[in-house]
Design a protein around this ligand. Structure first.
Ligand code: KIV
Length: 264
């Protein structure tokens, strides 16, 4: 199977083919996800919670992400590999450039940044210098203390409009992919229809172009709590590779996410 690139994902969007993404942090799991057909792998800063045991993603460093990106890269051949830029590693355009380059040199195909209007200059600079960008809007976990907890975003008309405007501005600045997290499904649908770049949802309903989940949630081993928007596919299938195939199939045929996984 040929390597997934941003062009592949745009083709999927045009064809209405739903694609899957999953977090991965090491070569072995990443290799299994890649060979089962997960299109996009993200070395998420969620590793601060699921690998390191922190309460949020803020303690994660650029060295942590670079290390895990290099591990994942060695295990895969097909999936598009995105690396998260951690908290405070992209607070100025210059700092963003230096740190994004480290992640690309570690093996990433694209970097992901959380935020809207304040990031436009950085997104433009990265793209112009050969670093593809995945933007991330909605419940952006690095802002958990600004939000006052892990809360659904864009519920009222004003905030929904702001998120939609930011999505359009990020695309105009050069972002090639967008993750929307924990927003109402109607808003996610409006963003997906308004953009030409692919939109990946998590807790954002079934109408985005792709879905992403944290691997520990899919395998039911997150410490004691599985978010409402996620699904334990290991419980359903009893075997890791079958669990991943079930996730891919349910995203492809539109049965995941179901109503119970969305925030209406
Ligand atoms: O860090 C992460 O795993 C993420 C996904 C939940 C989208 O950003």
């Amino acid at each position: 199977m040929s390597k997934v690139t941003s062009s592949t994902l745009i083709k999927f969007k045009k064809e209405g083919k739903k694609f899957t993404a999953l977090t991965a942090y090491d070569a072995s799991f990443a290799g299994a996800f890649d060979s089962e057909g997960v299109d996009v792998l993200l070395v998420g800063d969620s590793l601060g919670m699921v690998l390191q045991g922190h309460d949020d993603t803020l303690p994660v460093t650029i060295a942590d992400i670079a290390y895990h990106t290099a591990c994942v890269k060695r295990g895969i051949s097909r999936s598009l590999l995105i690396a998260d830029m951690p908290f405070m590693s992209y607070s100025t355009p210059e700092q963003t450039m230096t740190n994004a380059a480290l992640l690309m040199q570690a093996g990433a195909n694209m970097v992901k940044v959380e935020g809207g209007h304040w990031l436009l200059e950085s997104v433009k600079m990265l793209t112009e210098r050969g670093i593809p960008v995945c933007a991330h809007l909605g419940l952006t976990p690095q802002s958990v203390h600004v939000f006052g907890g892990f809360k659904v975003q864009g519920r009222d008309a004003e905030n929904a409009q702001r998120i939609l405007d930011e999505a359009k501005a990020l695309q105009a600045a050069g972002a090639q992919l967008l993750v929307v997290e924990c927003i109402p499904p109607q808003l996610a649908k409006a963003i997906t229809q308004a953009l030409t770049i692919p939109v990946i949802g998590i807790g954002a309903g079934a109408d985005t172009d792709g879905q992403i989940l944290v691997m520990h949630d899919v395998l039911g081993i997150s410490s004691g709590y599985i978010p409402r928007f996620s699904k334990n596919y290991l419980k359903q299938t009893g075997e890791i590779r079958s669990a991943i195939r079930a996730y891919i199939d349910e995203v492809a045929n539109g049965t995941f996410p179901a109503e119970e996984h969305t925030f209406n």
